[in-house]
Ligand binder design. Structure first.
Ligand SMILES: *Cc1c(COP(=O)(O)O)cnc(C)c1O
Length: 368
C-alpha cells in the first residue's frame, strides 16, 4: 500500500515517511544585526593564534592529495591532554573520539547505540530528538520541572520503565542555562547502568560552569559518555570540532558508525594549534561569565524573570506580547536573539559588553 504523501514534498521524492514532517534545524540567519542567537564566543581569535595556524597550513595543503589520519590520533591525544589538565580525571587518546562538531558525535553515537531508543528531558537541546528521528532512533520525551531542574526520582523511574539505550542530560542545559548537580548525574548513571544503557552528558557549555564535570564519573561508570565541543567557550565554532570522552568500548562502537576519513586534515591541523593555545582561546571565558552575571542582574532590575544560568546565555521572560512579537521587535532594533519555541521566553547569548548594552537598551523598551 502506498504511503500518504505529505503535501510539502513532491510526490516523486521517496523521503522516509517518518521524516516527512520534520524541519531542518536552524535559527534564522540575518546579516547586519548583533548576532546574540547561537551561543558563540564573540571574541575573534588572537592574532598570535591565527599566525600559528597560518604557519601550520602549507604542509597540510601540500598533502591534501592524501586522506587525513582516519583515527585523528594526534588530535585525540591533544584533547585527552587538555581534558586531563582541566577536568581532573586522567584520559588517553583511546578515551576520546573527535568529529565535525559535537552534533556529529551525537549522530555517530545514536547510530551505534540508539537501538533501544533515546530519552531526553525537555526543554533541552532540540537537536537530540532531531538526530534521533533522522537515525531511526525512537525518541522518548521526559519533562523538566517548571524551574527547569530535573526531578531525579521521576527521571530514574522513567529510565527503568523505558529502558532506553541512551539517556541524554544536557548540563548546563541549553536553552535554560540550568546545571544538573554531579551527585544527581551519578544517580542517573547508576539507573542507566542497571538497564544496560548509556548516560550521555552533553557538556557543550562546561567551561562556563563551576560544577564538577561528568568526565569524573567515567572511570567508575563506563556507561557514562561526555560530549564536548570547541564551538562555544573555545571560540572555534567555524572550524567544527566536537568530541566524546568515554570508555574505550564506546569509542570502538563509534568507529563502526563513523564515516571513513570524516575529519579533514585541515580541521585536525587547526584544532591541534587551537589546543596548543587553549589558554589564549579560553582567555575571555571569565569575562563572559562576569558579563552574563551583569546582564542577568540588569534584566532582573528591569523586571524580567531570568533563569539561573551556568552557561554563556540567558533565558528570560516578562516581555510584552508573545515570543515571536518580542523577537521581531528586537530584530527591528538590530538585535538577533533566539526564539527557542518556549512560549513567553527568549534566549540571549552573552556578547561583547557593548552588544550586551545595546540588547539591554532594546529589551528595556519591551517590558510588559
Ligand atoms: C551548541 C551545542 C552543541 C553542538 O555544537 P557543535 O558546534 O556541533 O559542536 C551540542 N550540544 C549543545 C547542548 C549545544 O548547545
Amino acid at each position: 500500500m502506498a504511503m500518504e504523501n505529505n503535501p510539502a514534498w513532491p510526490s516523486w521524492l521517496p523521503i522516509r515517511s517518518e521524516l516527512a514532517d520534520l524541519k531542518p534545524y536552524g535559527a534564522p540567519q540575518i546579516s547586519g544585526v548583533r548576532a546574540l542567537n547561537t551561543n558563540e564566543n564573540p571574541y575573534d581569535l588572537p592574532k598570535k593564534v591565527v599566525a600559528e595556524m597560518l604557519e601550520a597550513l602549507p604542509q597540510v595543503l601540500a598533502n591534501l592529495n592524501r586522506y587525513p589520519d582516519r583515527d585523528a590520533v594526534a588530535l585525540r591525544e591533544a584533547l585527552a591532554k587538555y581534558l586531563s589538565k582541566s577536568a581532573g580525571a586522567v584520559f588517553g587518546s583511546r578515551n576520546i573520539w573527535a568529529a565535525n562538531g559535537s552534533n556529529e558525535i551525537l549522530q555517530t553515537l545514536m547510530l551505534a547505540c540508539g537501538g533501544r531508543g533515546a530519552l531526553g528531558f525537555t526543554p533541552s537541546y532540540s537537536v537530540h530528538p532531531l538526530i534521533a528521528k533522522a537515525t531511526g532512533t525512537n525518541w522518548i520525551s521526559g519533562d523538566r520541572e517548571t524551574s527547569f531542574n530535573i526531578d531525579i526520582k521521576k527521571s530514574i523511574k522513567m529510565i527503568s520503565e523505558e529502558e532506553p539505550g541512551i539517556t541524554f542530560i544536557t548540563t548546563p542545559n541549553n536553552p535554560t542555562g540550568t546545571s544538573t548537580p554531579y551527585a544527581d548525574l551519578e544517580e542517573l548513571a547508576i539507573a542507566c547502568r542497571e538497564i544496560k544503557g548509556l548516560l550521555v552528558v552533553d557538556e557543550a557549555y562546561a567551561e562556563f560552569s563551576k560544577e564538577m564535570s561528568a568526565v569524573n564519573l567515567i572511570a567508575q561508570y563506563p556507561n557514562v559518555v561526555v560530549v564536548r565541543t570547541m564551538s562555544k567557550a573555545f571560540a572555534f565554532a567555524g572550524a567544527r570540532v566536537g568530541y566524546a570522552v568515554c570508555n574505550e568500548a564506546v569509542v570502538d562502537a563509534m568507529l563502526v558508525t563513523r564515516l571513513p576519513y570524516h575529519l579533514s586534515s585541515t580541521t585536525q591541523a587547526l584544532a591541534l594549534v587551537a589546543l596548543d593555545n587553549s589558554k589564549a582561546l579560553l582567555a575571555e571565558v571569565d569575562a563572559l561569565i562576569a558579563e552574563r552575571d551583569r546582564v542577568a542582574a540588569q534584566l532582573t532590575k528591569l523586571g524580567f524573570e531570568v533563569s539561573p544560568s551556568s552557561a554563556n546565555f540567558l533565558l528570560f521572560s516578562g516581555f510584552k506580547g508573545d515570543s515571536k512579537t518580542a523577537w521581531e521587535s528586537l530584530v527591528a532594533a538590530g538585535i538577533l536573539v533566539r526564539d527557542v519555541g518556549l512560549s513567553g521566553y527568549l534566549r540571549v547569548t552573552i556578547g561583547l559588553p557593548s552588544e550586551n548594552d545595546e540588547f539591554l537598551t532594546a529589551i528595556a523598551a519591551l517590558r510588559s
